[in-house]
Write a protein that binds this ligand. Sequence first.
Ligand code: NAD
Length: 253
Amino acid sequence: MLPPIERAAELIARSKDLVVLTGAGISTESGIPDFRSPGGIWSKYDPEQFTYQNFVSNPAHRRSYWQMSLEIHPVLAAAQPNAAHVAVAELERRGQLRAVITQNIDGLHQRAGSSPERVIEIHGTALAVVCLSCGDRLPREDVQARVLGGETDPRCRECGGTLKPATVSFGQAMPERETALAFEHAERADVFLVIGSSLVVHPAAYLPVRAVESGAKLVIVNLQPTPCDEMASVLLRGKAGETMAALVELSAS
Ligand code: NAD
C-alpha cells in the first residue's frame, strides 16, 4: 500500500471537484493561535464572556471585548499567509478547486491568492466591522484606530448604533447564504480536504459528514485526532504547511 501522503496526492490529482475546509490550525504557522491547542486563545480568555448576547446587551462586555482586541487584532493584522494557504491557492490555479470553506476570520486565503469569490467565510471576517443598527460596514483598521485612540465602546458615526466586528460570535446566527453554499459544495465534492480543524464546532463539523454521505473521499490534515477520522480515506497527521506543500507537489507529478 502507498504511504498516506501518496494516496492523498493520488486522490487530489484525480479530483475535479475538490472542496477544502480550513480551521484555525491552518493559520497557527502564520502566528495566529488556535482555540483548542495548549496555549490557544481559550487558555487565556473565558469564552463564556464573549457571546453575542453579552456583546449586544452589555456595554461592560463590549468594552472588555474591544480591550481584548487591542491585544489580539495586531497579531491577526500582521500575520502573513503560510505554505498551506499558498498550496490551497495553487490548487485553485490548477483549476481543480471548487471552493474553500473557511472557519477562519483572518483573510489569509485571499491574501495567499485564493479568489475571494471561491472563499466562503462561514464565521465572517475580522477585517471588517458592521453597525448592528444600520448595517454600515467599515474597515476594521479604522475602528481599531479609534479604539486605540480611546473610544472604549465605538459607535456608528451614521446612526449611533453598536459597532461589532463582522465575525460570527458564540450565540450568533450563522450567515444563511454562506452556510447554504458551504453545504451545497460539500454535497458536490468528489474529494473533501480538511486542513487544521478540530471538527468539533458545528455546523462546520458536519460538512465532512455530508460530503462523505454524498460520495466524496475525505482527506484530513490535522495535528490532533478529530471526530471524523474514522470516515476519512486518508489521515495526514502533520503540520499544515509542510504537509500541504508536499501534497500539492506530489499531486502535480
Ligand atoms: P480549533 O482551535 O478548534 O482546532 C484547530 C485544530 O488545528 C486542532 O485540532 C489542532 O490540532 C490543529 N492544528 C493546530 N496547528 C496545526 C498545524 N500547524 N497544522 C495542522 N493542524 C494544526 O479550530 P477550528 O476547528 O477552526 O474551530 C474553532 C473556531 O476558531 C472557529 O470558529 C474559527 O472561527 C475560530 N478561530 C479562527 C482563527 C483564525 O481565523 N485564524 C483563530 C482562532 C480561532
